[in-house]
Design a protein around this ligand. Structure first.
Ligand SMILES: CC(C)(COP(=O)(O)OP(=O)(O)OC[C@H]1O[C@@H](n2cnc3c(N)ncnc32)[C@H](O)[C@@H]1OP(=O)(O)O)[C@@H](O)C(=O)NCCC(=O)NCCS
Length: 228
C-alpha cells in the first residue's frame, strides 16, 4: 500500500507510520502549548507514550486515516520555475509540517454532527505543527488537496469539519478551501475542561466528478494532474 495519499504543488499527504520517527514528530508538535490551544488542549500535553496509545493504532488500519503533511524545501522555488525546467522532476526532499486525519462518518455518528444522513460523508481534522507557518495559506492548500482526494478517490459527496466557534483562523481557512458554515453545534466538544460551541462546516462535491467547490483553479489543477 502506497504511503503517499495525495501530492501536488510541492505539498504531499502521506500515511503516518507506526514508527519511532512519526511518533516523536507527533509528540513534539502535541506538547507545544501553542498547538495544544487549538488541538487536543493545553491540559492534555502529549508524550511519546500517549501518541503511541492514541495515534499509532490508527496507523495500523481502521476507519481513521492518520497522515503527515509534508512540503518540499524548495516549494516556493518550484512555483517560479518554468514547466520545462529539469529541476521540477529531480528528487525532492520532504519536510513534515503537520498532521491531518480523515474518516468516513459512520451512521451512528451522524447525530453527533447534527446530520440526518451520513451516506458518503467524510470528516477530517488537521493542525500545522509549527505556529510560525500559520496564516500563510498552507492549511488551505492542504485542505484543497485532501478534498480533491476524498471526492475523487474515496467517493465522498460531502466532507464535514467541526471547528470550535472561536477558532477564527481555522474557520477562515476552511471557508477559503470551499467549506461553508452549516449550523452552530452548541456545547459540542470538550476542550480544555469546558464544553464548546462548534460550527458544523461542510464542503460538497462540485458539479464535475473530481471537483471540490471553492476558489477558481482547484478543479483545473486536479484535472491537469490526472490528465483528465
Ligand atoms: C487551522 C490551520 C490548519 C489553518 O491553516 P493556516 O495555514 O494557518 O490557514 P490559512 O493561512 O490557509 O488561512 C487562515 C486565514 O485566517 C486568517 N487569520 C489568521 N489568523 C487569524 C485570526 N487570529 N483570526 C482570524 N483570522 C485569522 C488568515 O489571514 C487567513 O485568511 P486570509 O487568507 O483571508 O488572510 C492552522 O492555522 C493550524 O494548524 N492551527 C492550529 C490548530 C487548529 O486550529 N486546527 C484546527 C482545529 S479545527
Amino acid at each position: 500500500m502506497s504511503q503517499i495519499i495525495v501530492e501536488g504543488d510541492g505539498l504531499r499527504v502521506r500515511r503516518m507510520a507506526n514508527d519511532s520517527t512519526d511518533v516523536a514528530l507527533m509528540a513534539g508538535w502535541l506538547r507545544d502549548p501553542r498547538v495544544l490551544e487549538f488541538y487536543e488542549g493545553r491540559d492534555r500535553p502529549f508524550d511519546e507514550r500517549l501518541v503511541r496509545e492514541k495515534y499509532a493504532p490508527r496507523a495500523e488500519g481502521g476507519p481513521v486515516v492518520p497522515c503527515i503533511i509534508e512540503e518540499t524545501a524548495d516549494r516556493a522555488a518550484d512555483h517560479a520555475q518554468d514547466p520545462g525546467d529539469d529541476r521540477r522532476t529531480s528528487a525532492k526532499r520532504w519536510s513534515p509540517v503537520g498532521y491531518i486525519q480523515f474518516y468516513p462518518v459512520a451512521e451512528n455518528e451522524a447525530p453527533y454532527y447534527g446530520l440526518t444522513d451520513s451516506a458518503e460523508v467524510w470528516g477530517l481534522d488537521l493542525f500545522l505543527g509549527f505556529p510560525e507557518r500559520w496564516g500563510k495559506g498552507l492549511g488551505t492548500q492542504t485542505l484543497r488537496l485532501v478534498l480533491g482526494y476524498l471526492f475523487q478517490q474515496r467517493g465522498a459527496r460531502r466532507v464535514v469539519v467541526d471547528p470550535v466557534a472561536t477558532n477564527a483562523r481555522a474557520i477562515r481557512s476552511y471557508e477559503k478551501a470551499g467549506f461553508r458554515r452549516v449550523k452552530l453545534l452548541p456545547q459540542h466538544e470538550r476542550h480544555e475542561g469546558r464544553m464548546r460551541d462548534c460550527w458544523l462546516m461542510e464542503a460538497k462535491k462540485g458539479p464535475r466528478c473530481h471537483e471540490a467547490p471553492g476558489p477558481t483553479g482547484f478543479g483545473a489543477e486536479i484535472a491537469e494532474r490526472d490528465g483528465a
